[in-house]
Design a protein around this ligand. Structure first.
Ligand code: ATP
Ligand code: MG
Length: 260
């Protein structure tokens, strides 16, 4: 799947050269600048362009074009790819994925080599993380965004694709239905499982996510998404207008969502 050549060892396929049959996507490099250019030229939102890619990836993994598993994966992959293009400033995004039907497991890894999450919050006056770990904890909160906050320019947009700070929150809730969610950015990593949060040291310039989803647990996607977004909105309302302290974010991740 391009594993060796991605770190310059002359063995096997180039990244993206394997054909990705059998429910796996080989290591693939997406040109983030080309997507940004396409968005600027056509007026299509980055989310819309990335939606198509995410549908294609999901169709290879699930061998389906609709259904709960397809929709769940397409949603989660789109949100993470979109974040990398919208927030990382990275030239490209790398990803790979595999569905293991007998293990009832799908794994997706998406990474960028951009600025990382901490600097992405520099413009938001309602959050003030000082470490990579604090920034990650904050990024996972519902309604918290580096671009969309009270008084920000993006909040004046009216289209469906404007940021609202829910992508990482909804995605981690989906993964925690029987799977797990890892996010690492620059020096810190956080693994969220149902009822558990484990902090890791991490070393990667940029941001990496590994989503693990349990296909047998993703039934009734629409009602679960609605439930998560309602719980998220209730938390966001409690937080609105206050300066979100990093330790509050960490505490909420550990405690508040345990009964998901
Ligand atoms: N790959 C990334 N690189 C840098 N910063 C990121 C990355 N992914 C997320 N972030 C930061 O984390 C914040 C929260 O991400 P999240 O996806 O939850 O919300 P959003 O992208 O702002 O809004 P929405 O997903 O609702 O459109 C982002 O606003 C950004 O500041
Ligand atoms: Mg997002």
């Amino acid at each position: 799947m391009g594993f060796f050549k991605i770190f310059d060892l002359d063995h096997g396929n180039d990244p993206g050269a394997a054909n990705g049959a059998n429910r796996y996507i080989p290591i693939t490099i997406l040109d983030a600048n080309a997507i940004r250019r396409e968005s600027a030229q056509t007026g299509d939102a980055i989310g819309q362009i990335v939606e198509e890619k995410s549908q294609q990836i999901t169709a290879v993994l699930t061998q389906e074009v609709d259904g709960d598993l397809h929709d769940t994966l397409a949603y989660a992959i789109r949100e993470i790819l979109r974040n990398a293009v919208e927030h990382s400033h990275s030239d490209c995004v790398r990803f790979c994925a595999q569905l293991y039907p007998r293990m009832d497991r799908v794994e997706v890894v998406i990474l960028d080599k951009g600025r990382g999450i901490l600097p992405s919050f520099a413009m938001n006056p309602f959050v003030d993380p000082s470490t990579d770990r604090e920034a990650i904890n904050i990024s996972l909160m519902p309604g918290v965004s580096g671009t969309a906050f009270k008084g920000s320019k993006i909040n004046t947009r009216t289209d469906d694709w404007k940021n609202s700070g829910y992508g990482l929150y909804m995605t981690n809730r989906i993964c925690r239905m029987g799977g797990d969610f890892f996010i690492g950015s620059n020096s810190a990593g956080v693994l969220l499982e149902d009822g558990k949060k484990i902090d890791y040291r991490f070393h990667h310039q940029g941001t990496l996510l590994r989503l693990t989803i349990k296909p047998s647990r993703v039934a009734n996607l629409k009602s679960r998404l609605l439930e998560f977004s309602e719980q998220g909105k209730a938390s966001a309302t409690r937080l609105r207008g206050t300066v979100l302290h990093p330790s509050t974010a960490s505490h909420m991740l550990t405690v508040d969502y345990q009964d998901s």
